[in-house]
Write a protein that binds this ligand. Structure first.
Ligand code: ADE
Ligand code: ZN
Length: 339
């Protein structure tokens, strides 16, 4: 394996998995304006330039303050379908072949859009994604700044659509909203056979305590972000031994904490932890998964071998049967001319 600089073309040529993607974070300005007009929703901006100018954020709360109000443009089942379908079409061009996609039902049900409307729209796109050569699935996230009771009510509603949901996650503002707040609903989801993951966002007040609880008490299968784990070598060893993966989002990190956390990602990669690179909210950070991989590779001088390992890790920690992981790994090696 040569050590020459990794090109965008090389990254695009590799079949890729996306494991940390918020469907609501794929709402591009064009679609936002189109849906605002169709649904007669005022968003305060009238042009793409105005929408983009409004994207002023430098922390997770300041990002979320722009992110949630924009969701008002999503009203009908067709809107949710179109959002997910537009995303899938876009990443087909980047050679994404597998995607596990987060959605936030409470961000919609709390403003009067039914759970049924949301999931039926999203799921129709998921079911059709194979037409694009992409296998995809949904992960339902609870908003951690809402109550545990609200999460439990949402979970009970989701049980009516159990066959449409692969896993359960936790997102939104972490400050003061630790994993243990949701222990009961996660225990129930695990007992019911759902996969589980959780955001442990970057540089939070209690990052290490949250990571420890998520891993040792809740027993999640993956961590979303989670790179603060480097501060505790025993926890690094734990995830390494258990094969627990971290879904990192370097460009998103660059926006919300002004640091891609590339040093940490590289360190974890070299320690044999299953770290992966993902895009989080690509419409807001203007970076889809191949762009994230390229930005990280360019900023941290990654070799082709390192990029290939990051890409293979995503298939290793995907919630798919072992035989499919092997098949995808072979496809990556073939594309990289290793076979
Ligand atoms: N919702 C969308 N993006 C998020 C992030 N990076 N962290 C927490 N919640 C989110
Ligand atoms: Zn996220």
């Amino acid at each position: 394996m040569d050590d020459q600089a990794v090109s965008k073309e090389f990254i695009k040529s590799l079949p890729k998995a996306e494991l940390h993607l918020h469907l609501e974070g794929t709402l591009e300005s064009e679609l936002k304006l189109k849906l605002a007009q169709k649904n007669k929703v005022s968003i305060g901006q009238n042009t793409i330039e105005e929408v983009k100018e409004s994207y002023q954020f430098d922390s997770l709360p300041s990002f979320l303050a722009i992110y949630y109000p924009a969701m008002n443009v999503l009203q009908e089942e067709e809107d949710f379908y179109l959002l997910a379908w537009s995303y899938l079409q876009k990443v087909k061009e980047q050679n994404v072949v597998y995607a596990e996609l987060f959605f936030d039902p409470q961000a919609h049900t709390t403003r009067g859009v039914s759970f049924e409307t949301v999931i039926n729209g999203y799921y129709r796109a998921i079911a059709e994604s194979e037409k694009l050569g992409i296998k995809s699935a949904l992960i339902m996230c609870f908003l951690r700044d809402l109550s545990a009771e609200s999460a439990m009510e949402t979970y009970e509603e989701a049980l009516n659509y159990q066959d449409k949901i692969l896993g359960i996650g936790l997102d939104s503002d972490e400050k003061g909203n630790p994993p243990e707040k949701f222990a009961a609903v996660f225990a129930r989801a695990q007992a019911d056979g759902f996969h589980t993951t959780m955001h442990c966002d970057i540089d939070q007040e209690d990052s290490i305590a949250h990571i420890r609880t998520a891993l040792l008490e809740i027993g999640v299968e993956r961590l979303d972000h989670g790179t603060n784990i480097v501060e505790d070598p025993a926890l690094v060893e734990y995830v390494k031994q258990k094969g627990i993966g971290l879904t990192c989002c370097p460009v998103s990190n660059g926006f919300v904490v002004a640091d891609m956390k590339g040093k940490e990602i590289k360190q974890l990669l070299h320690e044999g932890v299953k770290v992966t690179v993902n895009s989080d909210d690509p419409a807001y950070f203007q970076s889809y998964v191949a762009d994230d991989l390229f930005s990280l590779a360019a900023a941290y001088d990654l070799t082709k071998a390192e990029v290939i390992q990051l890409v293979k890790n995503a298939f290793s920690i995907a919630w798919i049967p072992e035989a499919e992981k092997i098949k995808y790994h072979e496809q990556v090696e073939k594309a990289a001319h290793l076979q």
